[in-house]
Design a binder for this molecule. Structure first.
Ligand code: ADP
Ligand code: TPW
Ligand code: MG
Length: 591
């Protein structure tokens, strides 16, 4: 807040002074809301906060840092929220996003809703105005009934009014975020709470360590038998691995299921690398064929939503030609789109272990006719692709540029790949093989643009591994200001912008000739200069060789780097590979 722009008689720092004085008054045997929130998080093994400071949480961030927590300050709350969400996916602990009231809260809310949609555990903690004033709508500073607004957009929402309840409030938020189907939780902390003082011993006793936040959920033996009976009768079985399987961190169990059963599998985008994409049982490169021809499909932590054509239609072949077995922790997910003949409700690790146990020694691998047919299709598709990847044209096309990145990830399998855009997303997903679990982070269930820098930052902070963010030029723009954050924290993030001058393509025009076309950007932009502005490394790459050299250098040095990869504006297609979802007008308007 600023005296020049408002009539308010105090500045933000004067407003904050009240809490600081109170904190100083507390003495050795007292504690306050600020410290209790920090202690409650730390007690539960949460050591990082992603957020943007301001009234009433500025001091909370400072104190958390002083108490040894990592506090990553962003330029916009949506990016901090996306960082928290993906931290939750990577660690199975809820990622924490901390925001100021009303506008900051709303900026964070998109990320909270997105986390819930993707089943990532996160907690949005927001400061809020005083209840008495909000409920009488008397116009408090940044007034908003945040709890009511958050409720329909997340898994659970809680408010704490008394310092003595902070321990329980944080515990409830953690349990709600992690147990069952994970998701986003909102925790509302009104400004006054932070400076409430209570006796330190009472405060310490009020804290709750959440025991076993995501308890194992075992499937019923009868459900396991039912699933195995269906699977044993299959002639053309298929496993579909989803990001729920990646999240579950039951990597050994999933690998054992694939390899002992001999069943081919298809990974969903963020499940790539759960087993290496080069695994001989991967049917990723024959995806359309196996979805159409399989007779029994086992969904392992994957929903039959739009990404799997709702389990019906052309993608899935003749109506009634399929039986679905579904493993999911959420019972309500069963029969969401089509009949599930064998629902297996429980956590992935327990369900997969139970299947393995029940398979017995007389388990028969699927018929060779099925697996040989898949291999033939895979080989044909892969050889078609490999010719395209060697293209060395200037400006680059998508395949030429991606061919270079594919080799880099093969050589550096522990790097984390963040990916968003349309063509840049779809083509990178099919071209770049992944080799390790939870290394591919992308736009997820909503296909949302803007996750890029938040995901990249959290991936670097949480894992310490190098991050390669492959971004459409439009996609990057949604979170691009966070390059400053990447430089400020000196994170090992290398951003490659596939710069084709626009959304999908860079060739659109305004039929009236007045303005630029609606999908195009400034031609020949140099995004690399943005990185240089903050002390990072910027490179303009016009060939796959230049691109490969710059990425390798960035990965070796760990320095924040942004590479502007010049892509032919004609190369992309409208909406990437989901153009069929794009309604188009067939009406010709009379002039
Ligand atoms: P994808 O987009 O990869 O297909 P989805 O996000 O649609 O994956 O599906 C993930 C599913 O995994 C959700 O239905 C969720 O309930 C489920 N899930 C998440 N964690 C677990 C777990 N630990 N055990 C079992 N199922 C889980
Ligand atoms: C929050 C709609 C889907 S993909 C995309 C937009 C705007 C950008 C595609 O251009 P980009 O990629 O990134 O340059 P490329 O390689 O095809 O040129 N707002 C939100 N989410 C979505 N998904 C959109 C808009 C969209
Ligand atoms: Mg583009």
């Amino acid at each position: 807040m600023d005296r020049n722009t408002t009539d308010q008689s105090f500045t933000e720092s004067e407003f904050n002074a009240e809490s600081v004085t109170n904190a100083e008054d507390t003495g050795p045997e007292q504690t306050d809301g600020f410290h209790l929130v920090i202690d409650a998080l730390k007690l539960n093994g949460i050591d990082t906060i992603y957020g943007v400071p301001g009234i009433p949480i500025t001091d909370l961030g400072r104190m958390a840092q002083a108490e040894g927590m990592r506090v990553i300050s962003f330029r916009h709350e949506q990016n901090a929220g996306n960082a928290a969400a993906i931290a939750g996916f990577l660690t199975k602990k809820p990622g924490i996003c901390l925001t100021v009231s009303a506008p900051g809260f709303l900026n964070g809310l998109t990320a909270l809703a997105n986390a819930t949609t993707n089943c990532f555990p996160m907690i949005l903690i927001s400061g809020s105005s005083e209840r008495e004033i909000v409920d009488l709508q008397q116009g408090d500073y940044e007034e908003m009934d945040q709890l009511a607004i958050a409720k329909p957009l997340c898994k659970a929402a809680f408010r704490v009014l008394h310092a003595a309840d902070i321990g329980i409030g944080v515990a409830r938020a953690i349990r709600a975020a992690c147990s069952g189907r994970p998701g986003g939780v909102y925790l509302d902390l009104p400004a006054k709470l932070f400076s409430q003082v209570i006796d330190a011993e009472t405060g310490a006793k009020s804290l709750v360590k959440v025991i076993d936040p995501a308890p194992a959920q075992l499937p019923a033996p009868a459900a396991v038998k039912r699933a195995l009976d269906v699977l044993k009768g299959a002639k053309r079985p298929l496993l579909v691995l989803g990001k729920g399987a990646a999240y579950a961190q039951a990597d050994e169990e999933v690998r054992a299921l694939v390899e002992r059963s001999g069943i081919p599998y298809v990974p969903m985008s963020m499940a790539k690398g759960l087993l290496p994409d080069t695994h001989e049982q991967s049917a990723g490169a024959a995806r359309s064929m196996v979805l159409k021809d399989a007779d029994v499909v086992v969904l392992v932590g994957a929903r039959l939503n739009w990404l799997l054509s709702h389990g019906k239609g052309k993608t899935w072949g003749e109506p009634g030609s399929k039986k679905f077995i579904q493993i999911d922790i959420e019972p309500k997910e069963m029969d969401s789109n089509v009949e599930i003949v064998a629902p297996l409700v429980g956590d992935i690790g327990s369900c997969v272990s139970a299947l393995l146990e029940g398979m017995g020694d007389d388990w028969k691998a699927p018929p060779a006719e099925w697996t040989d047919g898949i291999k033939a299709r895979k080989d044909a598709n892969l050889s078609k692709m490999s010719a395209k990847l060697l293209k060395n044209s200037t400006p680059m096309d998508f395949h030429g540029a991606l061919g270079a990145l594919r080799t880099i990830i093969k050589e550096r399998p522990d790097a984390i790949l963040v990916n968003e855009g349309a063509n840049t997303l779809d083509l990178a997903r099919s071209v770049i093989d992944m080799y390790q679990p939870r290394k591919r982070l992308d736009v997820g269930t909503w296909g949302v643009m803007g996750i890029g820098m938040g995901f990249a930052i959290a991936a670097a902070v949480e894992t310490g591994k190098p991050v390669l963010a492959v971004e459409g030029d439009s996609a990057f723009g949604f979170s691009g200001m966070e390059v400053e954050t990447i430089c400020r924290y000196n994170l090992p993030v290398c951003i490659v912008i596939f710069n084709n001058n626009g959304i999908y393509r860079g060739t659109d025009t305004d039929p009236t000739g007045r303005d630029p076309g609606t999908t195009v950007f400034v031609k020949d932009s140099r995004y690399d200069k943005m990185m240089e502005a903050f002390g990072g490394i910027g490179v303009n790459a016009t060939t796959p060789d230049e691109l490969a050299r710059a990425v390798n250098e960035a990965m070796d040095s760990g320095k924040p780097t942004l590479i502007n990869a010049v892509i032919d504006p004609n190369a992309g297609t409208e909406s990437g590979n989901i153009g069929s979802l794009n309604p188009q007008s067939t009406v010709k308007k009379k002039k």
